[in-house]
Design a binder for this molecule. Sequence first.
Ligand SMILES: Cc1cc2nc3c(=O)[nH]c(=O)nc-3n(C[C@H](O)[C@H](O)[C@H](O)COP(=O)(O)OP(=O)(O)OC[C@H]3O[C@@H](n4cnc5c(N)ncnc54)[C@H](O)[C@@H]3O)c2cc1C
Length: 420
Amino acid sequence: MSKGRKTVGVIGAGIIGTAVANCLQRDGHDVFLLDPNEPGRCASFGNAGVFGTSSVVPMSMPSTIYHVPEWLIDPLGPLAVRWSYLPFIAGWLIRYLAAGRRDRVENQARALKDMLGRAVDNLAPLVEAAAASGVFHRKGSLFVYRLREAYEKDRAAWDLRARNGVRWRELDSGALREFEPALSSNAAYGLLVETNGHTSNPHALVSRLADHFAKSGGAIHRAAATGFVTASGRLRAIRTTVGELTADVAVIAAGAYSQPLAAELGDRLPLETERGYHIMIKYPEVSLKVPVSDQQGKFVATSMETGLRLAGTVELAGLKAPPNWQRSRILLRQARTLFPQLRESYPEERLSLWMGHRPSFPDSLPIIDRSKYSPDVFYAFGHGHVGMASSGMTGLVIADLVAGREPRIDLKPFRAKRFA
Ligand SMILES: Cc1cc2nc3c(=O)[nH]c(=O)nc-3n(C[C@H](O)[C@H](O)[C@H](O)COP(=O)(O)OP(=O)(O)OC[C@H]3O[C@@H](n4cnc5c(N)ncnc54)[C@H](O)[C@@H]3O)c2cc1C
C-alpha cells in the first residue's frame, strides 16, 4: 500500500499500543512506538489475562446504585473509594451511576459485543506472527457461584450476555468439580464460556508483540510523548522527551495516562483509573485448566507461567496514591474459600503483589476516534476491565481509520463527543 503509506507514531506500548502498531505495520505504514517504559509494564502487566468474548456486561448496571453505600463503608470490599479522592472522582461517579440506566446498559452491551465478540480470533493472527502461541490459550473460562441463589440474583447479567450472542455450558456442583477438581464443594454452580481465551503471561505476550513489531522494521523509542506540533490542524510531529519525531499520524494509546495528551488537543475527557490488584503464589498447590472467575468474591484466578494469579478489585484513588497492599492480600483470603488447598499464609518469597491502573470511562467503553482538533491524531484508550480482550479489534479499527476504510464495526458508541 505504498500510495497511502504514512509515518505513524503510536503513543504507549501496552497491549493496546502494541496491537495497534502491529496492525498498522501490517497495512504497510512506517510505524514507531513511544513509551518511557519497557513494553507491557503498566496495566497490561499484571491483569488476569482473560480474553472475554462474554465480557459484554458494563461495570455499572441498574442495581449498582444500591451497592454504593456498602462500598463507601468497606475499604476492602470489591469496590472502594478513598475518602480523600472522593471530591476528585465525584463527577465521574455520577456519570458511572447514570451509565447504569437500563436503556444505556443495552447500548453499551451491544457496543461491547462488537468490540469483544471475536476477541480471540482477532488477536490470533498477531499472536501467531509474534510466535507467542505458547502463552495464548483457547480453552474457555469458567464463572463460579457458591450459591445457586447468587446466580439467580445475577440473572440480569446473564440474560444480557444471552441477548448479545454469548453461549455457555451450565455445570452443577458435580460437573463443576469434574471439570475443575481444585474447586471446593462450596462451589454450587458454574458456567463455562468456551469461546473465551486467556494468556498465561500477559507481559510476555505484549513483549513478543513489541519484539515482532521491531523485527519487522518498527522503531521503539524509550521516550514519553509530551504534545504535538501542528500546522493548520494537520500533524507535523510528536513532541517527546527526546525531541520532535516527525509523523503524519499519531495514535494516543497511553492507557490511564492518555488524558493530558488529549487535553493538549482541547478534548477534556472523563478518564479515570480503576486501580486493580493481584497477588501471585509461586509453586502453587492449585493449577487451573482455565481462568476461574469467582462471581461473588469478584476476582479471577488464572494459572500463569509464573504461578497462580488472583486478580481483581476496584479502588478509586487516582494515579498518585500509594498502593494499599491489603487489597492484594484479601484476594488470597477470598480464594481460599474456593480453592481449599491454598494455604492461609505463605512465606513472602513465594508471594508477589501488584497494583495497576485500568484506564476507565464511566460507561465502560473506550474512546476510539479522531481528535476534534486534528484529523491526524487518533484516540485508542479507556479500555477499562477489557483491554486485553479489546486489543485485537482496537488494532483493526484504528488501521481502518488510518487507511480511510469504512471501519468494520460501528464506532458511534466509542466517539469522544458522547461526553461533550
Ligand atoms: C487487576 C486487573 C485485572 C485485569 N484483568 C483483565 C482481563 O482478564 N482481561 C482484560 O481484557 N483486561 C483485564 N484488565 C484490564 C487491562 O489490563 C487493561 O484494560 C489494559 O491493560 C489497558 O491496556 P493499555 O495498553 O491501554 O494501557 P497500559 O497497559 O497501561 O499501557 C499504557 C502505556 O502507555 C505508556 N505511557 C504513559 N504515558 C505515556 C506518554 N506520555 N508517552 C508514551 N507512553 C506513555 C505507559 O508507560 C504504558 O506502557 C485487568 C486490569 C487489572 C488492573
